[in-house]
Write a protein that binds this ligand. Structure first.
Ligand SMILES: Cc1cc2nc3c(=O)[nH]c(=O)nc-3n(C[C@H](O)[C@H](O)[C@H](O)COP(=O)(O)OP(=O)(O)OC[C@H]3O[C@@H](n4cnc5c(N)ncnc54)[C@H](O)[C@@H]3O)c2cc1C
Length: 337
């Protein structure tokens, strides 16, 4: 069997690495950073099926993950909606999850190169799962873990004028606070203070105040900017999966699920290439087509929903519908899954 080389050891890369290794394919994985490391991520995994995790062979990594079924949405301090998910979401820090998947991949015979940043290139056998593409984009993502924060539900989403923040308990009494805002050069602050400044500027000063009384783990604070959301029609011959192929707005809590599902979609075409049953170009074309069918509508719906909720009119409409019990939460959720 021919070797598959994976560039990017996030969830798409690690998920695919496991699945191929479990099928006897030689796999080496290159990760630019070193494990364990924090990621800008809400760490709320919603929408992935047990069957997908089993297909990748990684279901055991979630055995002790927190399971959250209920949550609330708020806008500038006022609750808009309380919801129940049809299936519980999984919550575990990326610090723990990615390390665990990497160690298990090595145990089953995979090779991992940490601190190894591969060049972006389209070549047979190379899968590009290197995450968000750096480009001019209007967003900034900020995240930190806090201790000593009381949450009544598994997820609190707080909408503001400039974006939104999600709060979710992960492990060891930690609460992940992760936010997406429109980039604003006027905002300032070091570490979590930058998050508080963005929150206050968007009308969520009360939340910023509440967070400032909890203990932030400053080592877990991270920020990223310069990326675009949305589905991409590939412009080159790269074999891209996960965020490298397209990003769903984080408010859906579905990006990590999509990374796992993309890895699942890639198993069959890459296995066929590795065994010599299919050419590289043919495998990549098949993978792209299945990913387009599986993800493009979901991402477009999520983009429309995010656009609406970030408008005062859209947020007021959602609040009003929710108050009168007319908000079609489950059908909307189904559109972004
Ligand atoms: C603010 C924000 C909040 C989010 N919240 C959630 C949430 O609550 N739930 C959810 O499901 N999703 C969420 N997401 C999305 C989720 O984080 C991503 O969809 C998911 O991490 C994608 O996985 P990936 O493997 O494609 O990329 P990543 O997890 O980004 O992994 C890519 C890896 O590639 C490495 N790399 C980069 N360049 C190279 C290179 N040249 N060579 C080798 N390695 C390289 C990076 O170091 C990184 O480890 C959020 C995203 C943002 C921005």
């Amino acid at each position: 069997m021919k070797e598959v080389v994976i560039a990017g050891g996030g969830l798409a890369g690690l998920g695919l690495a496991h699945a191929l290794r479990n099928r006897g394919v030689p796999v080496s994985l290159h990760e630019a950073a070193r494990y364990p490391r924090h990621r800008v991520c809400g760490e709320f995994i919603s929408g992935v099926s047990a069957a997908t995790l089993a297909e990748l062979g990684i279901e055991d990594a979630f055995a002790d993950a927190a399971r959250h079924r209920s949550g609330t949405w708020h806008r500038m301090g006022r609750q808009m909606l309380a919801f129940e998910l049809p299936e519980p979401a999984l919550a575990v820090s990326r610090h723990r999850l990615d390390l665990r998947l990497k160690e298990e991949f090595e145990r089953i015979g995979g090779r991992v190169f940490e601190g190894s940043r591969l060049p972006r290139e389209a070549r047979p056998g190379l899968v590009w799962s290197a995450g968000r593409r750096l480009e001019r984009g209007p967003w900034i993502g900020l995240k930190a873990h806090f201790q000593g924060l009381d949450l009544s539900d598994g997820l609190e989403m707080h909408l503001g004028r400039n974006g939104y923040a999600g709060l979710t308990p992960v492990e060891n009494g930690r609460v992940n606070v992760c936010a997406l805002f429109r980039l604003d050069r006027q905002r300032s602050g070091r570490g979590p203070a930058l998050l508080f400044d963005y929150l206050a500027a968007g009308g969520n000063a009360e939340l910023a105040e509440r967070l400032s009384h909890a203990a932030a783990d400053s080592a877990s604070f991270l920020g990223v900017s310069g990326f675009e959301l949305g589905w991409r029609t590939p412009q080159d011959d790269l074999c891209a999966i996960g965020d490298a192929a397209g990003m769903i707005p984080p408010l859906t809590g579905n990006g990590m699920s999509m990374a796992f599902e993309a890895a699942e979609t890639a198993i069959e075409p890459l296995l066929a290439w590795s065994c010599g049953e299919s050419g590289w170009d043919e495998s990549v074309a098949r993978l792209r087509e299945v990913m387009r069918r599986r993800f493009s509508r979901r991402v477009a719906c999520a983009m429309a929903l995010q656009g609406l909720l970030l408008q005062p009119f859209g947020a007021a409409l959602a609040s009003g519908l929710s108050r009168t019990g007319l908000l079609p939460f489950r059908p909307l959720l189904a559109l972004v899954r």
